[in-house]
Ligand binder design. Structure first.
Ligand code: APR
Length: 253
């Protein structure tokens, strides 16, 4: 075990309140593509054509085709050792708040897998960018469980709201849209109160989520970054560990 991992373990053991921020990198070892890394989704797809309200208004069929593909892909992935280690932390370390930018639901599944007698909700994350397995009506806002068999072959076959008949959309936050104020508010409250922020698998470029560790630093807390590559956060982190979430988190936690 490197001295850095030992130092990180001591920081975790000594922390009273922990906030964890995760990004696409924690799900990479589960087979979920990241966005900006090698083989990342934005390398082969244009976000402005697929992940904006304008794109959905312009061509809902194309957007649904892409989200139906991602929904199917994610449904066939399982939480990895990184997700499980964080769920374990949330059950064993009194005050831990998980905040995720991911829409894949793998943290929830890890919580259910690790919970045992515990209430799995204790390890459910704040999903600041929504959830891909859920739908939301683009007219009345009603949320409902998403279907895996969305037929995006024509605009007529796209899913409709059972209440108002409005077009359903995946319940994710698109570029140019604001986040749910309650969810991001709770994330910043946890970051402000934390004496340690653990940042895992994010390129730390998309705000406001990327500001979570900054809030902890500003209130005198420490930051541990876990990422095979350096990011804009690296120089300000208390410790930045190079490696994958699936390997480092079990060693750390
Ligand atoms: N373990 C840890 N980190 C990893 C691993 C791994 N196995 N594999 C890759 N990474 C790192 C990459 O080095 C990169 O820094 O994960 C990061 C993934 O960065 P992005 O693809 O930019 O994903 P993320 O930071 O979550 O993106 C933020 O942008 O596209 C939007 O809404 C989308 O939530 C997303 C947001």
């Amino acid at each position: 075990m490197t001295t850095e991992v030992e130092r990180a373990r001591r920081l975790v053991a000594g922390a009273e309140r922990i906030v964890v921020l995760t990004g696409a990198g924690i799900s990479a070892e589960s087979g979920v593509p990241t966005f900006r890394g090698a083989g990342g989704l934005w390398k082969s797809y244009r976000p402005e054509e697929l992940a904006t309200p304008e794109a959905f208004a312009r061509d809902p069929r194309l957007v649904w085709e892409w989200y139906a593909w991602r929904r199917g892909l994610v449904a066939n992935c399982a939480p990895n050792a990184g997700h499980l280690a964080l769920a374990h932390l949330a059950f064993t370390h009194g005050s831990t708040t998980l905040v995720t930018q991911n829409v894949d639901g793998l943290h929830h599944r890890a919580a259910e897998e690790v919970a045992g007698e515990e209430d799995p909700r204790k390890a459910f994350p704040l999903e600041v960018h929504g959830a891909i397995h859920r739908d939301r009506c683009s007219r009345c806002g009603r949320r409902s469980p998403g279907r895996l068999d969305v037929d995006a072959s024509t605009a007529e076959t796209l899913p409709r709201c059972v209440e108002c008949g409005g077009m359903l959309r995946p319940d994710v936050v698109w570029f140019g849209e604001s986040l749910d104020p309650e969810v991001i508010g709770a994330s910043f409250d946890a970051a402000r109160a934390a004496d340690l922020c653990l940042v895992v698998g994010t390129s730390a470029v998309v705000h406001p989520a990327a500001s979570v560790p900054e809030v902890t630093l500003q209130s005198g807390g420490a930051v541990i970054e876990v990422n095979p590559e350096s990011t804009p956060l690296t120089e300000r982190a208390t410790l930045s560990l190079r490696g994958s979430a699936g390997e480092l988190l079990p060693a750390l936690l």
